[in-house]
Design a protein around this ligand. Structure first.
Ligand code: M6R
Length: 613
């Protein structure tokens, strides 16, 4: 949440900062701002709302001269979205400017102390406290790095900070603790950013900073210090993906681009990990002995990643015969779950920086459980902290509503399932081979869910139903997990009240909400449960619901006897079917969102990575 960027070089800084912010807007879009050292003073421009407002205000950056500065895009935590609460924040005497991603937990106490020392505050933010604290120490020591060190030592919470001092031209300091921050090396210029896309146009050579790191840099030099303030070497990595991965490339929105990238992404996750017809997980160290003694698997995550966990329960338990419990990270961390050495905790996170998920990981480690993270963002905190990590390799996902990250997380669940089941001997060779064969074709079958015919059909149904006030998604077994994700997509980007239920649960309460015209999306792909779900469909139709059915091709004729509105997807092995079933639901949410004139990629009140509790 919140994106920060910093540039220090010889070019005009503001357009570079705005360009970087445009790649970080997914992290928050309540306001945006830049601060550039211009003619010897820290010049600030900031505006509530989308980056476009700031862009217009400073003529795309041309209006502010100066060759170094910091920028910020905000997801409001302390204080409403407003011009005054926008970053960068300038300290009382105007000597220090700060951009911040994270939360300062002890800011009230620090603020009170600073007020007693004569500092004045203008915003409601925790960040303004950081700026004033640094300035307070700067006033005492007249030493910018020392002032930063002293101030940071007093901060409790999480922070990635970009800091400028008016009295020390040509120098920037950045600090990282529990919020992501990278340093980018250029030729005669250097960068900081919350994420790679912000600076990828200018450099591929980056360092993922460690917690506690401080960087002091000019355009030609850089010094890294660790948490103990000792000078350290940080070895740069070369980014090997292209900037086009983080651009729309002709699509109207990132979400639809990312939906269409799913075949490629899923293939990229699966095929390097299948060799000679067997799953090979080089990345993990789960020995046969450990797996044979495994008593329980928790799958811990938030949002869509949690729904992957709900699907994982059905998939892993069926194949591996080990109890699996999906649990929301925000609950797990405080629930005192029973776990120890014989517990495997799967942590799923696209961003690798979700606050609750990270805390849950730490809790699991504290109890001696083995942790295996499924993460998309390379070098992220969760990836670094888990005992093992399997990267989903989905490439950057920009739309707030996840699609390709969800699909690749699910693909990793299949791989882990086959790996464990084979190791402990709970799967027959014939079944194993049947799944591998379908896994290798999964990308092609996902492509068949994205044909112009299917898209047109879904668009048609979106036009029929986009005005509904309420929607219910019902299904059984893995279809229930897919309903949860489909329902979240719809509420998240189309602002329609939507709930997902196990189809058999309807008559235990929720059916009282069904009335004339209520939309029910019924997902029925599990062979053995098809008729059961159809009974539930008949029950809601009898009470006036409009039903949209999602099924597999083999059931199309059958389902149409009950429901006229149907989308069918190709059939695959039952374990892998959710990867196909989800696609029409993603497309449905996308088209409904467009028809309701919502901001598809940046839905209200949300941000891509949720680094607050
Ligand atoms: O980065 P994470 O996977 O940890 O994020 C978890 C959720 O915040 C995320 O899946 C969220 O629910 C998505 N926006 C849903 O589309």
């Amino acid at each position: 949440m919140c994106g920060i960027v910093g540039y220090l070089g010889s070019r005009q800084a503001s357009p570079i900062l705005l360009d970087g912010l445009s790649k970080l807007e997914y992290r928050g879009y309540d306001s945006a701002g830049v601060c550039v050292m211009s003619d010897g003073v820290l010049k600030v421009a900031k505006a509530k709302g989308r980056l476009a407002n700031l862009f217009g205000m400073i003529d795309g950056g041309k209006a502010i001269t100066g060759t170094y500065g910091i920028g910020h895009t905000r997801w409001a935590t302390h204080g409403a979205p407003s011009d005054i609460n926008s970053h960068p924040h300038i300290a009382d005497a105007g000597r220090i400017a700060v951009v911040h991603n994270g939360i300062i937990e002890n800011y009230i106490k620090l603020k009170e102390e600073l007020i007693l020392k004569g500092k004045h505050f203008h915003s409601e933010t925790d960040t303004e406290v950081v700026a004033n604290l640094i300035e307070y120490y700067y006033d005492r020591f007249q030493d910018f790095p020392r002032a930063v060190r002293r101030a940071v030592a007093q901060l409790e919470g999480s922070y990635a900070l970009g800091i400028l001092c008016q009295d020390l031209p040509g120098t920037m300091i950045a600090v990282k603790k529990e919020s992501p921050l990278i340093f980018g090396f250029g030729e005669g210029e250097n960068f900081i950013a919350s994420d790679v896309p912000a600076i990828l146009k200018y450099t591929r050579k980056v360092v993922y900073l460690n917690d506690g790191d401080t960087v002091i840099f000019t355009k030609d030099s850089v010094r890294f210090y660790d948490a103990f303030n000792d000078p350290v070497e940080r070895v740069p990595e070369m980014i090997d993906w292209d900037i086009s991965a983080a651009e729309k490339c002709g699509y109207d929105h990132f979400m639809i681009k990312e939906i269409h990238e799913q075949p490629k992404a899923v293939k990229g996750t699966i095929s390097p990990r299948i060799r000679d017809g067997r799953v090979v997980l080089d990345d993990v160290n789960l020995t046969r002995e450990y797996l044979e003694n495994l008593k329980k698997i928790y799958i811990v995550a938030c949002g869509s990643s949690y729904y992957v966990g709900c699907l994982g329960k059905y998939i892993l338990e069926k194949a591996c015969r080990i109890p699996v419990e999906p649990i929301l990270a925000s609950e797990f961390r405080y629930a005192e779950p029973v776990m120890g050495k014989d517990t495997l905790v799967l942590i799923i996170s696209q961003s690798g920086e979700t606050a609750d998920t990270k805390a849950a990981l730490e809790e699991a480690k504290r109890h001696g459980a083995r942790t295996l993270a499924i993460v998309n963002v390379v070098g992220s905190a969760i990836a670094k902290e888990a005992d093992d990590v399997i990267y989903t390799w989905a490439g950057p996902e920009i739309a707030v509503a996840t699609t390709k990250a969800f699909s690749t997380q699910l693909s990793v669940i299949y791989l882990i399932t086959l790996h464990i089941a084979e190791m402990i001997g709970t799967i027959k060779e014939e079944e194993y081979q049947a799944i591998i064969c379908e896994l290798l074709k999964l990308d092609q079958k996902i492509s068949l869910c994205l044909t112009p015919e299917i898209t047109a059909k879904i668009r048609y149904y979106a036009e029929q139903y986009f005005k509904v006030h309420d929607a219910f998604f019902i299904g059984r077994n893995v279809d229930c997990g897919i309903c949860m994700e489909g329902s979240l997509k719809l509420k998240e980007i189309a602002y329609i009240h939507s709930e997902a239920y196990a189809a058999g649960e309807l008559k235990h309460g929720p059916i009282s909400l069904i009335e004339e015209g209520t939309l029910v999306v019924a997902v029925a792909t599990v062979d053995s449960l098809f008729e059961k779900t159809m009974s539930n469909v008949k029950e809601v139709r009898a009470r006036g619901a409009e039903v949209l059915g999602i099924t597999t091709e083999n059931f199309e004729t059958e389902i149409k006897k009950t429901i006229p509105s149907v989308v069918s997807v190709p059939k695959t092995h039952p374990m892998l079917q959710p990867s196909l079933t989800i696609v029409p639901l993603q497309l449905f949410a996308y088209h409904v969102s467009l028809l309701r004139d919502c901001d598809v990629d940046k839905p209200r009140n949300l941000a891509k990575s949720v680094t607050v509790e």
